[in-house]
Design a protein around this ligand. Structure first.
Ligand SMILES: N[C@@H](CCC(=O)N[C@@H](CS)C(=O)NCC(=O)O)C(=O)O
Length: 207
């Protein structure tokens, strides 16, 4: 199978880490939503990442749909989201907070980095960041497991933290979210996170 999209996208990265965690081999197609906009249409009509091309040629789009397929494929015992009950509700809530935080810091980043300065909407950036920090405070209150087993709540929260650390680390001053600091210290050295690490955020910069 082929994973399409670069690891500076936390949505791509959570799929990659899930594939590695579950032991799937994949090729990585690093085309860019910005640099390869037209070529992307052939894979996904929305021209977004991630997509996962299966060996059959079928293309799955959207990280949530890809992760759903992965969990279904490995079965309930190995799935990264619990099958039912309170554990599932809690996991889905945590994942929603983490993906929502990615959306909000992502919108603020797009405004700040991509939109030409004359068109920047400061009120929108501030609103997005209030929402982002609301999610982070709630994630900081999650009872994070201390064992070695990765699940989707940890993976998605981890890629969110990794994305913020590269794009705007000022939001993660040490101690502000102590439980998330501890989670990151545990996740970052892991082989699945190291194998998908990135140093630069590859978006076109506004003048
Ligand atoms: N809900 C989607 C969101 C994917 C997403 O936001 N991808 C971004 C990269 S992080 C993208 O393709 N941005 C380019 C665009 O939307 O034009 C998912 O979970 O896959």
């Amino acid at each position: 199978m082929i994973l399409i999209g670069q690891y500076d996208s936390p949505f791509v990265r959570r799929v990659a880490i899930s594939l590695l965690t579950l032991g799937f081999a994949y090729e990585h197609d690093t085309r860019s939503v910005f640099g390869d906009f037209d070529a992307m249409r052939k894979v996904n009509p929305l021209r977004r990442i991630p997509s996962l091309m299966l060996d059959s040629g079928e293309v799955l789009i959207d990280s949530a749909a890809i992760l759903d397929w992965l969990d279904e494929t490995v079965g309930p015992e190995r799935a990264l989201v619990p099958r039912q009950g309170e554990a599932r509700r809690q996991a889905l809530r945590t994942i929603a907070l983490a993906t929502g935080a990615i959306d909000k810091i992502g919108w603020a980043n797009y405004e700040r980095l991509i939109r030409p300065s004359a068109f920047r909407w400061q009120d929108w950036i501030e609103r997005s960041l209030i929402q982002f920090h609301g999610a982070l405070a709630a994630l900081n209150d999650v009872h994070w497991p201390r064992n070695e087993t990765l699940d989707q709540a940890q993976i998605t929260t981890g890629v969110m933290l990794g994305y913020v650390k590269v794009t705007d680390p000022s939001h993660l001053a040490p101690g502000r979210y102590a439980n998330l600091d501890a989670l990151w210290v545990r996740l970052e050295p892991r082989q699945e996170f190291q194998a998908t690490s990135f140093r630069e955020y590859a978006v076109p910069r506004a003048e």
